[in-house]
Design a protein around this ligand. Structure first.
Ligand SMILES: [Cu+2]
Length: 341
């Protein structure tokens, strides 16, 4: 330490006691020959500025030390420290609880927001009314990991029994993935669940004599690493809706026009073995694509190529059931249904 100008002060953290104490190590600048050594002062308070030590005064120095002490960050922290130490136990507990409540609220808000984003809440439902006035209440679907779409669509009310249930994913499926089709505790799935060749869809046939009602599809999707995830969705069958379909039964061949961005007639009823031909009357290209969109997996063999103006496409129906389809170029507005019985 350089004598004469040394004004070093080492402030050590006070021990846990009240009032706080400080320890100062200093040298009097005006009388460098006197090293006062270490002195402990009760404080901080400005009243301590002029002290007599060993009978020698060091005017101004105490005031300087005291000001530095009061203005320093160390003092600010010390004040907070002292305040906390000085608090009653009850106040401390209340403060801790307050901090925990704020943290918990933050976490809760974060996860609620996350759930909304996924639309994956199982707590709400929606009600739909069929064309015959029958009402069905559908629970919110539960989407498994890697889920993309399914056919028939969740919440749809069908005029006939689906020929199969298809669920699409964005990851390779593996055994033992499975689909269950249940109405009023009875299983209507037929045969084993099959994984498509591209491994992105799985399907299961359905009992063609399944009655009207609400159906719940519970599925387990498994991946090559052996892990599995569950999901579910619902649809309903109200066969009386078939009376609203254009009845083309008794004809071996029928025609559907693609006109003004619509399938016309939109919903048709035909017999088993009938050949349906679609004709594009519009200036824009159309498609015949089975649901869902854009997977088109309900009945891949029924999907057409792109159909330009005046192009035609034909498909012969050889299985009873309902066939929901759409044009993938106008998926949101251009759809139709074929009912075979
Ligand atoms: Cu189209």
């Amino acid at each position: 330490m350089e004598r004469g100008r040394a004004q070093e002060l080492a402030l050590s953290t006070p021990q846990r006691r009240s009032p706080p104490r400080r320890t100062l190590s200093y040298t009097c600048p005006k009388s460098p020959e006197y090293n006062y050594g270490i002195e402990t002062i009760e404080g901080p308070k400005s009243g301590a500025v002029t002290q007599l030590l060993n009978g020698v005064t060091c005017p101004g120095f105490y005031a300087q030390v005291d000001r530095k002490y009061l203005n320093s960050k160390a003092v600010s922290l010390q004040k907070i420290h002292a305040m906390i130490i000085g608090m009653s136990k009850l106040v401390k507990i209340v403060l801790i609880i307050l901090v925990l409540v704020v943290l918990a609220a933050g976490v809760w808000l974060f996860f609620i927001k996350d759930d909304d984003g996924k639309g994956n809440s199982a707590t709400s439902s929606s009600t739909s009314i069929s064309t015959t006035g029958k009402s069905f209440t559908f629970a919110n679907p539960k989407k498994s990991a890697h889920y993309e779409s399914n056919a028939p669509a969740h919440g749809s009310i069908l005029a006939g029994v689906p020929v199969n249930i298809v669920i699409d994913f964005n990851f390779d499926l593996a055994r033992p993935s499975s689909i269950s089709i249940v109405s009023e505790s009875k299983e209507y799935g037929v045969g084993d669940t099959a994984i498509d060749q591209n491994k992105l869809s799985m399907r299961r046939g359905m009992d063609s004599k399944a009655p009207d009602g609400l159906y719940t599809i519970n599925y387990t999707a498994c991946w090559p690493d052996g892990s599995c995830h569950d999901g579910s969705f619902q649809f309903a069958i109200d066969s009386k809706q078939a009376s609203d379909f254009t009845d083309l039964r008794g004809q071996k061949e029928v025609t559907i026009h693609m006109s003004d961005i619509k399938f016309s007639p939109t919903n048709i009823r035909i017999n088993y073995g009938t050949k349906v031909t679609w004709v594009n009357d519009d200036g824009v290209d159309h498609f015949v694509n089975t649901d869902s969109h854009p997977a088109h997996t309900y009945l891949p063999g029924m999907n057409s190529r792109s159909l330009a103006k005046n192009a035609t496409y034909a498909y012969t129906f050889t299985q009873n059931g309902i066939y929901p389809y759409h044009c993938s170029a106008h998926a949101s507005t251009m759809s139709g249904t074929v009912l075979v019985d």
